[in-house]
Design a protein around this ligand. Structure first.
Ligand code: COA
Length: 260
């Protein structure tokens, strides 16, 4: 499928999705959110796709936020719908995506941009990246999961400070805060993300999907993550990947997972 605001490339089972509105610093307008949803939905059922890398086009920005020009005149009701729709279509969709999603943060990740990076399963940043949730400087609060995911990643006090000051942190501070897992040179960012994707793909993608569900269960209100883990652990024993993984180990050979 071809899109107006995003680019897609599949190579060696890695789908790279690039938000492509560089003149607007890749700001997320409604159309882009819909296109990202469609791309993820398609990737979900495409067996060729095993890992997704999400990045922004140009050297300046990952995503500089939700497109402010689209919501400047919204009513409270419209604002509420904007957040609910965005969370359902994109941010929760990415967070609960059954295949690994890595954000390669290549510049500004602000507001909805940082929220998108935080919805991904983990983040790698280029050393010129800048991250923040500046919404209160516009008179709103983060609405795409930022008030929930930032404290989960950096701790409550740091999240409070970042959100209250509307300030930006650089890549090294983001590393220190556990907001990103690695910081690399800008021209090595995608290659580095791909090298991690390749390490992931040596393992059972079925088991990885189960691990994503179990890890995410810890962050769902009213769900007992330990119980989810027990269920997912038990289910693993019924998969062909489990039979292959254990028999390969016992026969001292490399596993070739069927992905079932
Ligand atoms: N929504 C809509 N347009 C945006 C945008 C956003 N979140 N972020 C950047 N843009 C647009 C700018 O309006 C500008 O468009 P124009 O050339 O048509 O005027 C273009 O992208 C380039 O941005 P500019 O501000 O000129 O770049 P800069 O290098 O001077 O500043 C930023 C970069 C990221 C500091 C600045 O663009 C910014 O503060 N953006 C908004 C960040 C934000 O508050 N995000 C949270 C939204 S909830």
């Amino acid at each position: 499928m071809s899109y107006k605001n995003i680019l897609e490339e599949i190579e060696d089972n890695i789908l790279t999705i690039t938000v492509n509105r560089p003149k607007k610093l890749n700001a997320l307008n409604r159309e882009t959110i819909q296109e990202l949803h469609n791309a993820f939905k398609e990737a979900r059922s495409n067996d060729e796709v095993k890992v997704v890398i999400l990045t922004g086009s140009g050297e300046k920005a990952f995503v500089a936020g939700a497109d402010i020009s689209e919501f400047a005149d919204f009513s409270p009701k419209e604002g509420k719908r904007l957040a609910a729709d965005g969370q359902e279509k994109l941010f929760s969709y990415v967070a609960n995506f059954p295949k690994p999603v890595i954000a390669a943060v290549n510049g500004f990740a602000l507001g909805g941009g940082l929220e998108l990076a935080m919805a991904a399963h983990f983040r790698i940043a280029s050393d010129n990246a800048k991250m923040g949730l500046p919404e209160v400087s516009l008179g709103v609060i983060p609405g795409y999961g930022g008030t929930q995911r930032l404290p989960q990643l950096v701790g409550k006090g740091r999240a409070m400070e970042m959100i209250m000051t509307a300030g930006m942190i650089d890549a090294n501070q983001a590393l220190q805060y556990n907001l990103v897992n690695h910081v690399v040179e800008p021209d090595e960012l995608l290659e580095f993300a791909e090298s991690i994707a390749n390490k992931i793909m040596k393992n059972s993608m079925v088991a990885i999907g189960a691990a994503i569900r179990a890890i995410n269960a810890n962050y769902e209100a009213g769900v007992n993550g330990f119980e989810t883990e027990i269920q997912e652990f038990g289910r693993s024993f019924g998969t062909e990947d489990f039979k292959e993984g254990t028999s390969a180990f016992l026969n001292k050979r490399k596993a070739d997972f069927p992905g079932k």
